[in-house]
Write a protein that binds this ligand. Structure first.
Ligand SMILES: Nc1ncnc2c1ncn2[C@@H]1O[C@H](COP(=O)(O)OP(=O)(O)OP(=O)(O)O)[C@@H](O)[C@H]1O
Length: 467
């Protein structure tokens, strides 16, 4: 099963069709599907696809030489090794002189580390010959920090050479749910809350088993792929993980403001760590949707960007001693199951947000949204506010087992008086999204009013995506 990535493939195809040399940089966190995407793209093309590993400069040059020669001259030439990287890149330029040639260097940071002058050499050959050829060079990497240092950043010799760069994001809910179509709608949201949109993590799910059995066997049990996955990935990205781990754990536990994070971790210099974690796309700082200058906002809060990171820091990392002694069932029963709905409620808001964006952009809302996000002040918050040029909808997302009633609408109307001053005279409408439906009285009210919309869980999980 290969899910979505339609717009990414389109972008790559467009560049391929440009008729000139292309230098495409694809990056994104581990397991997000970079290699798979590029493999699909290269399927029907004249392409050299090379995945680096932790080998030495000579072993990587030998392996890449073999890959290059096999594609350019056939398997008989496999043993000829280019004496220098210059020779190798010039050979690529030669081969791409009159004919499109795609060259993928996957896990490029490994190459750059094995041979530090490589970025400078590539830049030189690019400027001399490659840029005038028909090459489509794709550099790809997981270690986002390293990609930014070796290819994307100002300080890199390759800076300014790229013709396109793309950060591959995890799949959204509508795609992720295709990995567990047999779950009911509520469990699909819960599963997305736990696994997020990383295809490699979604692949571990056994759809014929219940969600809790999946969590037990595939996450909480020692030796399972996901049990140590976060530690493994973070240790590769971060040299001194201890303080980062403490900060990530605090944020996962709901400490979202800077002073709360400092207090929970005792780390005075938390800001610097948070900056790095943001650069690594592990943490994001969000501000109320109405803020016009996000960087200056005093209402910024920190959140973990990745769902599975959130789950791991909430339930695996803090319970490690118990889990190491075989206590997976106890952690599941005493913590995960009782809290799963509380844990999933934030994801439900995110699913609603994704749905409103999609609906709005495909003309299914009364107006085109320009921004969708949460709003909060020191004491109160509104789950979502959908802003258009001249419209605003305030949304309450209820992830509870009881039908939502008039009190929920009244509460949202009360909060609208707090948000109104920031809405620049836009008329306000209200929308409710509820996992468990609505009371008859609220349904009647919504029918009678043009400024109230009700959405059921089924409306929100209905899929229109491609596979
Ligand atoms: N769009 C997709 N639909 C379904 N499965 C996918 C998709 N993208 C990737 N996968 C699967 O997810 C797993 C991880 O993908 P892949 O190896 O491409 O990720 P990556 O970003 O290159 O990871 P790494 O950085 O760890 O090398 C693979 O098993 C792959 O087949």
């Amino acid at each position: 099963m290969f899910v979505n990535r339609v717009s990414e493939l389109e972008l790559l195809k467009k560049r391929y069709a440009s008729g000139k040399a292309e230098f495409f940089v694809l990056y994104g966190r581990r397991r997000v599907g970079k290699t798979e995407l590029l493999a699909r793209f290269c399927e029907d093309k004249r392409a050299i696809f090379f995945v680096s590993d932790l080998g030495s400069e000579i072993s990587l040059r030998t392996a890449l030489s073999a890959a290059v020669n096999t594609v350019l001259f056939g398997p008989n030439q496999m043993n000829a090794v280019y004496a220098t990287w210059e020779d190798l890149f010039h050979a690529l330029a030669q081969a791409a002189q009159n004919e499109r040639l795609v060259v993928v260097l996957d896990e490029f940071p490994y190459l750059a580390t094995a041979h530090p002058p490589l970025a400078t050499i590539l830049q030189r050959v690019w400027d001399q010959t490659l840029k005038n050829s028909q090459i489509m060079l794709i550099l790809c990497g997981s270690y986002i920090g390293m990609m930014e240092a070796t290819v994307l950043g100002y300080q890199s010799p390759l800076y300014g050479r790229r013709t396109a760069q793309y950060l591959l994001e995890p799949l959204q809910f509508q795609d992720a749910r295709l990995f567990f179509p047999s779950f009911d709608a509520a469990d699909q949201v819960r599963a997305y809350a736990v696994y997020g949109g990383t295809p490699a993590y979604l692949h571990t799910l056994q759809p014929h088993q219940s969600l809790s059995d999946n969590i037990l066997d595939g996450i909480l049990s020692r030796g399972s792929f996901l049990y140590d996955e976060v530690r493994f990935v973070l240790q590769q990205e971060l040299r001194e993980p201890r303080n980062y781990f403490a900060i990530l754990q605090a944020v996962a536990a709901g400490k979202t403001r800077l002073n709360e994070i400092k207090q929970a971790t005792g780390i005075e210099g938390a800001t610097a760590y948070l900056d790095t974690l943001q650069q690594l796309h592990l943490v994001e700082r969000t501000v109320p949707v109405t803020e016009s200058q996000p960087h200056k906002s005093r209402r910024g809060i920190y959140r973990l960007k990745d769902h599975y990171l959130r789950f791991w820091f909430r339930y695996v990392h803090p319970n490690r001693s118990q889990l190491e002694r075989g206590g997976a069932q106890i952690v599941l029963e005493n913590q995960v199951i009782p809290e799963i709905d509380h844990f999933s409620s934030l994801t439900f808001e995110e699913v609603c947000q994704q749905t409103f964006w999609q609906a709005g952009l495909s003309g299914k809302l009364p107006f085109v949204p320009t921004k969708v996000g949460s709003w909060w002040n020191a004491n109160e918050e509104v789950d979502l506010v959908i802003l258009g040029e001249k419209d605003a909808v305030l949304v309450e997302c209820k992830w509870t087992s009881k039908p939502a009633g008039m009190d929920i609408l009244a509460e949202l109307e009360r909060k609208s008086t707090l948000v109104r001053p920031e809405l620049e005279n836009r008329p306000i409408r209200f929308a409710l999204c509820s996992r468990s439906g609505y009371t008859p009285q609220l349904m009647k009210t919504a029918e009678a009013r043009t400024d109230v919309m009700l959405f059921e869980l089924a409306d929100l999980v209905r899929s229109e995506t491609q596979t």
